[in-house]
Design a binder for this molecule. Structure first.
Ligand SMILES: [Zn+2]
Length: 334
């Protein structure tokens, strides 16, 4: 079982700077990542050897036990009866909920969208320590959601149901991750996979911590990629040309790099006004997420509310947010 000690693996110099530009990785960071990548490869090789050498029934369990966070016995178990979708236990392929399931129904009501930043322990002196959610906490929150009957889907799936006759699970929820921090690939991807869920990645087009290959792996699992500008600036302070570059330009960069539609946008630090919304609509986005607390609603496509999950939220705070979510949307208004 992964536990909080893993938080220490998050290098102290990599901090969330939700409100500022970032520099690129240092030489030391690149070296460390290469070492980590080689070590991961070694683990996979060992796991594959063990799986090949063991009897058929044991494969899932052996692999899960060997790779720790990479196992997905839960998802495999749920898929057993249906026989469809991604049932590989080797870590590849789309997650179950990337594809509409037989028990999904049309739904046009409000949907909670969770907002996460870094998964891990904040380093000493981190500027926004509240934006670091412990990894054990994150796992507990995902387990709790599943126990409550929630199932994570992408925002595109919600919009398909809201506007185009698509379907959703009985208790849909969207789990979004902002900016592009390393643990969103190394930890959120395998954790959500265990549940058969896809996430929503709101990615800065330049200067994030994720490699192209990381993002491609998330997309291959069924995650949705949304634009979060190029440089993470306060959009309400920009002139027309720079606003268009950050909004439409970021969409073009992501489309060109990843060959996916990039239908949704996320305002940096939740900052927007009428002019910003106009630019987002003009760039062809279907919707945009804010930091207004509450549930996202069909009638406010460019002011989609979210529930921000913080370090001190734990399971109790998440549960409370979901209980209060619907009311909060009405109170805050636009
Ligand atoms: Zn951000």
């Amino acid at each position: 079982m992964p536990s909080d000690w893993q938080d220490d693996q998050y290098p102290p110099e990599e901090r969330p700077d939700n409100r500022a530009r970032r520099r690129g990785p240092t030489r030391a960071q690149v070296m460390r990542r290469r070492i980590v990548a080689l070590a991961s490869l070694a683990v996979v090789v060992v796991a594959v050897v063990i799986v090949i050498a063991s009897p058929g029934d044991e494969q899932g369990g052996t692999l899960a036990a060997t790779t720790g966070a990479g196992g997905h016995k839960g998802a495999a178990g749920k898929q057993a009866g249906k026989g469809g979708g991604a049932s590989k236990s080797t870590g590849g392929g789309k997650v179950r909920n990337a594809t509409p399931q037989a028990d999904w129904r049309p739904y046009k009501g409000p949907v909670p969208i969770l907002e996460y930043h870094v998964l891990g322990r904040p380093p000493e002196g981190a500027p926004y320590p509240e934006l670091y959610v412990g990894r054990t906490d994150f796992e507990k929150q995902m387990n709790w959601l599943e126990k409550q009957g929630y199932q994570a889907v992408t925002l595109e799936q919600v919009q398909k149901s809201w506007y185009h006759g698509g379907t959703l699970p009985p208790k849909p929820i969207v789990i979004s991750f902002d900016d592009g921090y390393r643990p969103q690939f190394t930890f959120a991807l395998p954790t959500l996979r265990k549940h058969g869920w896809a996430g929503l990645l709101n990615l800065k087009a330049e200067g994030s911590e994720l490699y192209e290959s990381n993002v491609k792996a998330m997309l291959a699992a069924g995650w949705e990629l949304a634009a979060h500008t190029i440089h993470h600036l306060d959009l309400t302070e920009l002139g027309p040309a720079e606003l268009e570059e950050e909004v439409a330009g970021s969409r073009k960069i992501l489309q060109r790099t990843y060959h996916v539609p990039v239908n949704n946008f996320c305002y940096p630090a939740g900052r927007f006004d009428e002019t910003v919304i106009e630019a987002v609509e003009k760039a062809g986005f279907t919707g945009a997420t804010t930091e207004i607390p509450g549930f996202a609603e069909k009638g406010k496509p460019f002011e989609l509310a979210r529930l921000e999950i913080l370090r001190e939220s734990h399971v109790a705070g998440l549960a409370e947010d979901l209980r209060n979510g619907r009311g909060a949307t009405g109170e805050v208004g636009a």
